[in-house]
Design a protein around this ligand. Structure first.
Ligand SMILES: [Zn+2]
Ligand SMILES: [Zn+2]
Length: 140
């Protein structure tokens, strides 16, 4: 059964739709790494991973920023160049397979609940562990 979700940036210039064959094709997680803190200006990055062909922009055009993550892997981030909201992220390793969509940009951010946390070695000490989720010291 097809399930779809919509979202967009703060100023609504950029809008997108995720169309999944099955809800289980999506997987959510929190990342506590230093790069995500910098990129999103937050205490962690909450994302839902979806197959690349299930994500499409429906209006506006996001701006791409690409940077080496420090380990020789290029990480792409797309954001609204008017209001700055981050929309998606994908490293070069997964750019043909997945998009990581910012949970906060979904019209209903409660749709996807993180199943685990990664890079917990960089968790800020005032951010509590999510109960009943997997916990990864780095990313594997
Ligand atoms: Zn915007
Ligand atoms: Zn990260």
């Amino acid at each position: 059964m097809l399930v779809s979700f919509e979202g967009g940036c703060y100023c609504s210039n950029v809008r997108y739709r995720i169309s999944l064959d099955h809800i289980k094709d999506a997987a959510s997680s929190l990342c506590h790494c230093r790069n995500c803190k910098k990129a999103y200006g937050g205490d962690f990055f909450a994302a839902v991973r979806v197959p690349v062909n299930t994500f499409q922009y429906t209006s506006g055009k996001a701006k791409l920023h690409a940077k080496d993550n420090g380990s020789g892997v290029m990480v792409n981030r797309e954001f609204c160049d008017n209001c700055g909201s981050n929309i998606i992220e994908y490293s070069e390793n997964v750019q043909d397979t997945y998009r990581y969509v910012t949970i906060g940009s979904l019209d209903d951010p409660s749709t996807f609940r993180p199943e685990g946390e990664i890079f917990i070695k960089n968790r800020l000490d005032w951010v509590p562990e999510l109960p009943n989720t997997y916990q990864k010291y780095e990313d594997d």
